[in-house]
Design a protein around this ligand. Structure first.
Ligand code: PMV
Length: 331
């Protein structure tokens, strides 16, 4: 007999970034972060408990997962198995509805969906903080995809990470902003975020300045979101993005995720703002640029972005929900 559950989660884009871990094994961050979930960048994950299996299996977009990916799966499943008193292995399939490993945080949506689907398959009911902590074990930023909407990940201080999870600052319909994901490259990146963070924390003299800046920006961004203050949020978000990337440039060896088209979009956004078009950018650990704007000007921003040489596509999204069970199983 197999027991099966599916869940769906959205990717999230950080406005105040997470960069650097105080505990790499548990994905405990050095700083808090704030994000928006994206309705149109979704992952669906199905988990089936199958006693006939001798090892867990994982397929990502139809391809067998690597040993490293299976290792991360095992880390998320372990606490659930212990709690459920189960030893049976699982078959997991996950489908992303956007390009993977290109700075679009596909792992965030994937691990949030995995946490809920696996808990349901093992017949466990976890509350939101528990699910968020579990998703965090797979990928740090995944904890923010659990509450969805406008979310804040509290860094916490507990060595075991009990106070390090995300809560919702505001629901998705609190503020109808649009995010235009400007695709600059869709291939996997050369340096993953985990290695990039570790190198920055260990070697960048700018890292202390990064942490000081985040402490100042978190309350500013939180208040701006609650007050729907676009200009203040945009200033804080661009500052957070640029300082995060600045801290990487100071690492040894230096880390630079940007491509020429990344910079072209950034400069275009500054130009458009001068012309009176409300928009701001943010960039994760990859070359793609996400441009935030009010829904009323989204079509204009999207059209302009498509004209920038090197931008191969634009994926528009509105605010997304938190993780939810889905009735549509993948297999
Ligand atoms: O949790 P990870 O390994 O996907 O790291 C995410 C790091 C950034 O995307 C660069 C910033 C963030 O807060 O999402």
């Amino acid at each position: 007999m197999t027991r099966k559950a599916s869940a769906e989660a959205c990717a999230n884009i950080a406005l105040i970034k997470y960069w650097g871990k105080r505990d790499a094994e548990r994905h405990l961050p050095c700083n808090g972060s704030i994000s928006l979930a994206l309705a149109d960048l979704r992952t669906v994950t199905t988990v089936a408990i199958d006693p006939s299996l001798t090892a867990d299996t994982l397929a990502l977009d139809g391809h067998p997962a690597s040993a490293a990916e299976l290792g991360r799966l095992g880390k998320v499943l372990r606490p659930l198995r212990e709690r459920a008193g189960e030893t049976a292995c699982v078959r997991v399939e996950s489908v992303n509805y956007f390009p993977t490993a290109a700075g679009l945080a596909s792992s965030a949506a994937g691990f949030a969906a995995l946490a809920l689907a696996a808990a349901a398959a093992y017949d466990l009911t976890l509350d939101e903080p528990e699910l968020s902590r579990l998703a965090r074990i797979g990928s740090g930023s995944a904890c923010r995809s659990v509450p969805g909407g406008w979310a804040e990940w509290h860094a916490g201080t507990d060595p075991a990470g009990l106070d390090s999870f995300a809560t919702r600052l505001a629901p998705p319909d609190h503020w109808d902003l649009r995010v235009m994901v400007g695709l600059v490259a869709t291939g996997p990146k050369a340096v993953g975020s985990g290695a990039g963070m570790a190198g920055t924390v260990a070697t960048s003299p700018f890292y202390a300045g990064w942490l000081q800046g985040v402490a100042e920006d978190l309350p500013v961004a939180r208040a701006a979101i609650l007050a729907r203050d676009f200009d203040t949020l945009g200033e804080a978000a661009e500052r957070s993005c640029l300082r995060m990337h600045g801290s990487m440039l100071g690492a040894v060896p230096p880390l630079l995720y940007w491509q020429p088209a990344t910079i072209a979009v950034m400069q275009a956004v500054w130009q458009w703002r001068q012309e009176g078009l409300p928009c701001f950018f943010t960039i994760d650990a990859g070359p793609n640029v996400k441009v935030f704007c009010p829904a009323a000007v989204a079509a204009d921003v999207e059209r302009r972005m498509k004209f920038i040489p090197g931008v191969t596509g634009v994926r528009a999204s509105g605010p997304g929900q938190g993780v939810a069970l889905s009735k549509a199983h993948l297999f």
